[in-house]
Design a binder for this molecule. Structure first.
Ligand SMILES: *Cc1c(COP(=O)(O)O)cnc(C)c1O
Length: 348
């Protein structure tokens, strides 16, 4: 077998991931702190995220689909996994076979789960104002859940990242559900919800984005560490003269004689065209601004200030989530989940 080096690297800081989880756990007071690891752990690698967090004491994980759940078998000892999309007809075999709980989202899903005759506990999502997934409050209070063995009753906040009156409304609605519907645990807060205060934590919190270095609310500024560090390789260094242009559409013109580093990163890797105009990279402490357009698998940076940078060297791509999201117009979630599989994910 020939050994082929992966073209791109995603450096992943396990210490930062665990530190973020610990900080989020502390904000929730006595509530347990779980982890949303859907979409392949927001692009980092669900299996590795689960193992790092389980080793730190995290016991509750959430994925979207049964395919995501199956890919995580076998689970680490003592760990519980739930599938947020619940059970469709086609999911029942997986749901009965895997040691994983469905999060039932509708009267139809509840009926399907009951008909399956599985005596194991399930989770249930009740919609308290987002109108996305979950039973309606009236349905939940009207007997639809009677007799069901519920491990965790969940609801999800629609506007926790904003100072919206909807947060208190959902909190009150969830508090009322808790009085009326028996379950072993109650869970409302995602990352932003955790930052709204310990009232929102109930028995179990479900952070996602903040684990991975996203800033869920301005209140948490300075508390969360960057976890994901993309790196691209210099394919070619070239000198351009003042007045020459770089890339498709000739959108960048050299104001002075310049040195250009052409890297192997592009929009096919999830480094989208909206980074043009403000993206950048660093090498050995030098800043290299992105120049011209982002191509499918090539992006150029101005390396005029990067001294002895050579072909084959690795540039650290600027990817602090809050600032990159503001500059690019992409959400912090899109910045992570879009990163493609040409990146080798390297935990350190
Ligand atoms: C994705 C998700 C979370 C995590 O949300 P973040 O905003 O990433 O913290 C929590 N709960 C549910 C139901 C989710 O779908």
């Amino acid at each position: 077998m020939i050994d082929i080096a992966p073209p791109l690297r995603l450096r992943l800081d396990a210490g930062a991931l665990v530190a973020n989880w610990r900080w989020l756990a502390a904000q929730g007071g006595s509530a347990a702190c779980g982890a949303a690891i859907k979409a392949n752990g927001y692009g980092l690698g669900a299996r590795e995220v689960m193992h790092h967090l389980a080793a730190a004491g995290c016991r509750d994980f959430f994925v979207a689909s049964w395919a995501e759940a199956a890919a995580l078998m076998p689970l680490p000892a003592g760990v519980a996994l739930s599938v947020l999309h619940g059970v469709g007809e086609a999911d029942m075999v997986a749901a009965r076979t895997l040691p994983v709980r469905p999060v039932l989202n509708s009267v139809e899903q509840v009926a399907r789960w009951r008909a399956g005759g599985d005596a194991r506990p399930c989770d249930v999502m009740v919609d308290t104002g987002m109108s996305r997934l979950g039973l309606r409050v009236e349905e939940a209070l009207g007997g639809a859940l009677d007799g069901l063995v519920i491990e965790t009753l969940l609801s999800h906040l629609a506007s926790a990242d904003e100072d919206s009156a909807q947060n208190a409304q959902q909190l009150a609605a969830f508090g009322a559900l808790r009085e009326a519907i028996p379950a072993r645990r109650y869970s409302l807060a995602n990352s932003a919800g955790i930052c709204l205060g310990a009232d929102y934590a109930f028995d179990l919190t479900r952070p996602g984005i903040a684990l991975y270095g996203g800033l869920p609310r301005a209140d948490a500024a300075g508390q969360l560490r960057q976890v994901v560090f993309p790196e691209a390789r210099v394919l070619q260094l070239r000198d351009v003269r003042a007045g020459e242009t770089v890339g498709y559409g000739a959108s960048w013109t050299a104001a002075a004689d310049s040195r250009i580093a052409v890297t192997n990163l592009g929009y096919a890797d999830g480094y989208l065209r909206c980074h043009a105009g403000h993206g950048g990279a660093t090498w050995n402490g030098a800043a290299l601004p992105l120049i011209g357009r982002v191509s499918m698998d090539l992006t150029a940076f101005d390396a005029s200030g990067a001294g002895t940078l050579g072909e084959g060297d690795w540039l650290a791509i600027d990817y602090d989530l809050p600032t990159t999201a503001t500059a690019s117009g992409l959400s912090q979630y899109e910045l992570l989940t879009g990163l493609g599989d040409r990146f080798e994910r390297r935990w350190g």
